[in-house]
Structure formats: C-alpha cells, structure tokens
Design a protein around this ligand. Structure first.
Ligand code: FE2
Length: 420
C-alpha cells in the first residue's frame, strides 16, 4: 500500500494528467490503495524549484543603514560596505533562516548562495556553513566563496579564498570584471578555477556583470574549463556584457561555452534594474543572450540574486517571479518559451548544481511543487502561491486557495483568472 497517492497531476510539457505514488518518502508506481489520497485536479506539478544564485548573506538588509536612493549598483556597493561592518553570525543566521522559510514556501529545496569572503574573519561564511548543517533536513545549500571586492584587488584576497575553501565552501567564485585591471581579472579566473580543481569543487563566477563590451572573461572561463577538464562543473553568472558584444564575437564565445559544457545563470530581477545605468537613451537592457545560448544548446538557468538588499529592494525568494520578469525582459513570451522558463527554475539549475536524485522518477526522493495553475503559461502569468510543497513525501508548505468574489450588477460571482 502507498503512503500517499496524488491524483490528476499535470506535468511540465506533458499531455494529459498523471497520478503519482509515494512510499517510504520516495516516488513509487501509482496504486489504488493508499493511506492518503490528494486530488490535484489538473494542477501543474514540478520537481522542487532550484535556486542557483542568491546572496543570502545580504538578504533583508534593505534600508540598513540607509536606503539606496538611486537604485544603482555603485550606491548599493557603498551601502553594503557600511552595513557589512556590523555583520555578526547571529545577524546573518536570523535573516537567512527567515528567507529560507520563504523559499521553502515557494517550493525551493536546493539553494546555491554566494557569500562575501572579503572579510578576514569570514563571519558570514562561517555562519552559513553552520546553518547549512542546521537546515539540512529542510533545504540543501551550496555555498560559493565569493570575493565581492576581488581576489587581487583586495588585500590578502588569495589567502582568503583558500581559507574559505578550508572553512567549508562548496564552490569557488570570482568577480573578474571588478578587479582593477584586465590582467588581474584573467589571473583571478585562473586562480579560482585551479583552486576548485585542486579541491574537487565546482566553480561559479560572477562574470562580465557590466555593460562594458570589453569585459571578456567568460572566454577565459571556457578555456580554463577545457584545459582543467572541468566540463559540466563550471557556471558563469550574470554575463550581462554579452548583451553588448558584436555578433561575430558572441558567436565564437557561445560556441566555446557549449564546448566547455558551461552552465549560465541569468538574474533578471537585479540586472533589469541595475544595467544600462550609464546609457543615455536608448538604454540597453544589459542582459545576457539567453535565447542565443539556449538555441546553441547551452544550459541556462534563472537566478533570483537578491532579496531586499542594498542592490534590489524587492522580491520574496520566488524563482517564478524571476521567470515572469525574464518572460518580458528576455522576450520569452513564445508558446514553447514559456515552458522553457519553468525548466530554467527546475531541471536546468538542478543540472548546474550537479544534483543527484532529482526528479519525479520512481525511486527518487518524493519532492514536488503543486502550482495553483494548470499550465506553465498560467503559472508564469499569475505567479500564484504554491498550493502544496512535498519533501521526502511529507507536506512542508501549503497555501489555502485564494477565493476572489466580484459583485457584478448586484450578483456575487467568483473569478479565478483562468481562461475557460
Ligand atoms: Fe550575483
């Protein structure tokens, strides 16, 4: 007998409805006999959402010590430099515990967080390493050693990166476009990737997050990936400069990214408000070439990046909201493209993070998300709260259905915003 039978699930990209069985916390073939039966009524169901790019150490610091009045990246960096002086382990843990709960409510069960390691004490990283163990039953976290102020442009940067790996970072990061010179940037990529190779870690570098079309460190990442045999283990995040590259260079670069089997993370929430700040009209979108990368067969994922911090005052940790913004900002409103957006917050980041045992196949841990919408298109359109989130076969989040009534010409009617 099953522990749980979920009836009438609509799976991404599939026609018709399916039933899903759970036994001992894992997916099992559906059977009529079950201790509990849940009717899903054709709701969209996906495996757990995967957040491939967030900065948990900075979440919920908006307004501390002051608000970002221009909304620019540079004012954000200046505010963070002030706020970071007051960082304590308890302060970091308190904010992150809250956002992890928001993420779980949104269906996220795997999170990769960048953590600023330009701090001789590594306060945030050490706090998050402890938290990673504390929350293991609820959320799987990967921590990236992220040198916010550079590896060669910050005193003792190399040593701090080595210390961060010793302290328990899972992934090695970088920020080559922020280093003082192009040479420092190239060296920083080579150092980070060698460090990762030496310790058997993955790589996730903030790369070319600028509107400067001369920022060309993604090509260095591709070359080092191939040279070190790190294919499939390397992610380039942001890569907004790609928006401004000439077509011939972009063509060559994208081919080499594919050859290196690199993963790309685009962050539509932050980058839609931060890029193009030095432009007079027309203002560039400053967004990486999502469609061209996907067409070339490169794995592209959607990241959230910030939740209420000095760079981005909005957000509540929902990847679906980021997908909704990318539908507009990346012009991905085509019929198949809306389905692609849902893959970009589920199976595609799962591949980038190297998750094993992910998916709805029989025998895998029974995690899933039930959307309050029947199709991918409706989910992106309505960004509804998640009806149900399961982890290892247990309900870990639930939202009661919203009921909206209009009184039309004196008669009460319910509306659900679905095309009938
Ligand atoms: Fe980022």
């Amino acid at each position: 007998m099953l522990d749980l039978l979920l009836k009438g699930a609509r799976l991404p990209g599939a026609d018709g409805l399916r039933d899903l069985g759970v036994r001992d916390g894992r997916w099992a073939e559906p059977e009529p006999e079950a201790a509990e039966v849940v009717e899903l009524g054709g709701a969209l169901v996906t495996p757990p959402l995967v957040e491939p790019h967030i900065h948990l150490d900075a979440v919920l610091t908006v307004g501390e010590p002051r608000y970002n009045l221009t909304g620019s990246l540079f004012e954000g960096i200046a505010i963070w430099a002030e706020r970071v002086k007051d960082l304590t382990a308890e302060d970091v843990k308190r904010r992150v515990r809250q956002v992890l709960r928001w993420q779980l409510a949104n269906g996220v069960q795997h999170v990769r967080s960048h953590v600023d390691v330009c701090d001789p004490q590594l306060t945030a990283l050490r706090a998050l390493v402890e938290l990673r163990d504390e929350v293991r039953g609820q959320m799987e976290m990967q921590l990236v050693a992220f040198p916010q102020q550079g590896i060669y442009s910050f005193d003792g940067g190399e040593e701090l990166m080595r210390k961060a790996v010793q302290a328990g970072a899972d992934v090695v990061g970088g920020i080559p476009h922020f280093e003082i010179t192009r040479e420092y940037g190239e060296r920083s990529v080579k150092f980070a990737m060698a460090l990762a190779a030496e310790h058997g870690l993955r790589v996730d570098i903030h790369c070319d997050e600028t509107d400067d079309d001369h920022s060309r460190f993604s090509e260095v990442m591709a070359a080092e990936t191939i040279r070190l045999g790190l294919e499939g283990r390397v992610t380039a995040s942001h890569t907004t400069a790609m928006h401004s590259y000439n077509a011939a260079y972009a063509f060559r670069l994208i081919n080499n990214l594919r050859r290196a089997r690199m993963h790309m993370v685009t962050n539509p929430l932050d980058n839609s408000v931060l890029q193009g700040r030095f432009d007079a009209y027309p203002i560039r979108r400053g967004h990486t070439r999502v469609k061209e990368l996907l067409d070339a067969g490169v794995n592209v994922c959607i990241g959230h990046d910030s939740v209420m911090d000095p760079w981005y005052p909005l957000g509540y940790g929902d990847p679906l909201q980021a997908a909704m913004v990318l539908a507009h900002y990346g012009q991905m409103s085509g019929y198949e493209e809306l389905k692609t957006l849902v893959r970009m917050i589920t199976v595609q980041p799962a591949l980038a993070l190297g998750l094993e045992n992910y998916g709805l196949e029989v025998g895998r841990p029974a995690g899933l998300v039930v959307f309050e919408a029947p199709t991918e298109s409706d989910a992106i359109r309505l960004v509804p709260r998640r009806r149900l989130v399961l982890r290892a076969g247990k309900v870990v989040a639930r939202t009661e259905a919203a009921r909206t009534t209009v009184v039309w010409d004196g008669v009460a009617e319910q509306v659900d915003f679905l095309k009938k």
